[in-house]
Design a protein around this ligand. Sequence first.
Ligand code: AMX
Length: 469
Amino acid sequence: MRSAKRLSGLLQQCRPLGTQLEEVVGLGGVRTLITDLKAAMAAKIPKEQERLRELRKECGPKALGACTVEQAIGGMRGIPAMLWETSLLDPEEGIRFRGHTIPELEEKLPSAKEGGEPIPEGLLWLLMTGEMPTVDQAKAVTELLRERSKVPDYVFDVLRNLHPNTHPMTQLCQAVLALQVDSKFAADYRAGIHKSKYWEPVFEDSINLIAKLPTIAAAIYRNTYKGGKLIEADPNLDWAANLSHMMGYDDEGCLEMMRLYQTIHADHEGGNVSAHATHLVGSALSDPYLSFTAGMTGLAGPLHGLANQEVLRWLNEVRSEVGDGVTKEQMKEFVWATLKSGKVVPGFGHAVLRKTDPRYTCQAGFAKRNMPDYPLYKLVALLYDVVPDILTQTGKVKNPWPNVDAHSGVLLQYYGITEENFYTVLFGVSRSLGVLSQGVWSRALGLPIERPKSLTMQAIEDRVRAQEL
Ligand code: AMX
């Protein structure tokens, strides 16, 4: 239980930030009603720093698990070797964001309208502070992001001057790198900021970047597919709905879909390529623009985020070969043909999950509610009946069930966003919420530069031989 002294310490932490404070002391301790996200973070950080210090002191030498030769060679699967606070993945149950499952988020996060889909601003509050936000707190994040959403002209210039065939994910990376000139962390570091304060400019950079990503993504979309005619943000819309609006999609259903899409793609613990790359590069004290770009170049790989583009391409191949009324038998043949040609079935399998991805289930639920007769939805539902059995028959696939990417394209296609090469950009915008929130905590907790040990084959052979003697 927190002492009165501790509580007053927390309040002192927040006061200098000029926030109107309203704390309620209940059985669970302090539930903050502060609507300023940075002040809420400032109130949380000292307690978590203390918790980590204790953990290190008390449990530092304890083992979390061993590393086998197979794991060292096999992409470090299952080695518990990273601290990641914003989410945790259970192989059977799927992701929990700060302890909450996806169905819980759908129920508890504030929405833009009564009974509507959650808004990602609420999730950002949850990821940053660990607390489920009130409606006012989520609204304050919407405001914060709106205030910082203006994208400088030089970013648009960079985008306009790229080769017209530049992939949208490459464009996203270039635009984020162009923004890096404004990094507050890089400037403060040059000026000699004390390490106990790193988290503050990292927080500012992260919020600035998250705020600008919808405008950047929409500009990439409009430049690449709509002749470069950009659409201004609507000051009455929230962060995700504005992304849809600036892309040119104002249908109420599409706004709701975008809110849900941007919420569920945000985080998937720390070991996946985009999260780990962001974390690794950030550990060298590269600022959030540099580290997020590293994450995005990883998300652009077809075994990771680009799979949602690949799923659509693959479904289009099915449709052009077999037509819309494809039967179960025809689908089976198509899946086997894909495998026999040495390719993966995109949207299926996972390095950690061993059941259907709850992000898939959530999107399937949205499709069932909003587009039950859409042929592509039916086609993806047919895949669910066919693919897992075939992947199981190969005898080597550890998880034959669909992942998040198997379903997202269906939702986007339904609302007219048909350009599948763009899909991973939408994934990337959402991913910023998770990896940048963790980035703030990594600096607040003073996590060190990452530097695992590597070995040559000779060194592995020598170590194993030495154990056998
Ligand atoms: N289709 C065909 N083969 C598959 C497969 C699939 N969907 N999933 C796994 N396999 C194969 C692997 O390629 C590997 O074959 P190999 O031994 O010949 O190299 C074997 O099964 C064992 O792999 P695994 O341990 O089950 O999976 P993994 O951890 O090595 O890889 C993943 C995980 C996601 C890369 C893999 O399942 C895959 O390639 N899936 C298709 C691409 C995809 O949907 N990616 C998106 C994942 C979610 C995300 O990050 N956004």
